[in-house]
Ligand binder design. Structure first.
Ligand SMILES: [Zn+2]
Length: 252
């Protein structure tokens, strides 16, 4: 039994868990897409979706690259394209749902896998490439991981100062989820099973992120808030806090 799927944040199909491996996916014609989103930023997605089906982001700085939320599939062509962009400084997931085949990526890219210490219990596979970190981890100048917690105790964001034309890009996992309306974000313990975070936790996360400088927010499915990231975050946090506190109970 996969503990990630058995956990209350996820789910198992009615006909039970299904398992696969890289060789089976390769034989079935699995591939990875490669989309340049902005200078220094490439999105990589497995087509068709594998597992949760996240979109990875490859951030390239003058010192090297970060592979964020690695996909659940890996191929030689994409490894080659990433390596062409220079050294890979780290592979890191925003939270355990995004671990994917991170060890395979780390081995192929000769890079460490950064795992937040608070989520080490969720590592399905250990390896000498795994490196634990605590509350913040510098990747390069202007590229830093921060633990924010929420969705998982070790949930992290990546702040890239040069992103969004130098106004700052925040890569988030499920702790901060850009919504389909593109002008608000959600904060949940579980998206499929709709388990909320408390108002106090949402306030803590928002206050922490208000210390950072950024304009754009990109979630782990490529979902994006293009402008005014901090204002969108504050608006969404206040709305969440007021709903869970009961301010709008007259509307229900
Ligand atoms: Zn998740």
């Amino acid at each position: 039994m996969c503990p990630i799927c058995a956990d209350e944040r996820q789910w198992v199909p009615a006909d039970g868990q299904r398992w696969t491996d890289l060789a089976e996916l390769r034989a079935a014609g699995q591939r990875l897409t490669w989309t340049e989103r902005e200078p220094g930023l490439v999105s990589i997605t497995a087509e068709p979706r594998v597992g949760i089906g996240q979109t990875a982001q490859l951030v390239t700085t003058g010192e090297g690259s970060l592979l964020w939320d690695p996909p659940g599939y890996i191929d030689d062509e994409t490894v080659g394209r990433i390596r062409e962009r220079g050294p890979v400084l780290a592979v890191a997931a925003s939270h355990p749902h995004m671990f994917g085949v991170q060890i395979e990526w780390a081995q192929a890219l000769d890079a460490p896998v950064l795992v937040c210490d608070r989520d080490r219990e969720w590592l399905g596979r250990n390896d000498s490439h795994v490196e634990l970190w605590g509350d913040a981890r510098r990747i390069a100048d202007g590229l830093v991981l921060y633990r924010v917690g929420g969705h998982f105790a070790g949930s992290a964001v990546a702040l890239w100062d040069a992103g969004a034309d130098g106004r700052g890009l925040l890569l988030t996992g499920d702790t901060i989820f850009p919504n389909p309306d593109r002008r608000s974000v959600g904060f949940l313990r579980s998206y499929p099973n709709k388990i909320p975070l408390s108002g106090a936790v949402v306030e803590r996360i928002t206050a922490q992120l208000e210390q950072l400088r950024f304009e754009r927010i990109i979630g782990n499915f490529g979902n994006t808030i293009d402008h005014d990231g901090p204002a969108v975050l504050r608006f969404s946090a206040d709305r969440h806090i007021r709903w869970v506190r009961g301010d709008f109970d007259n509307l229900t």
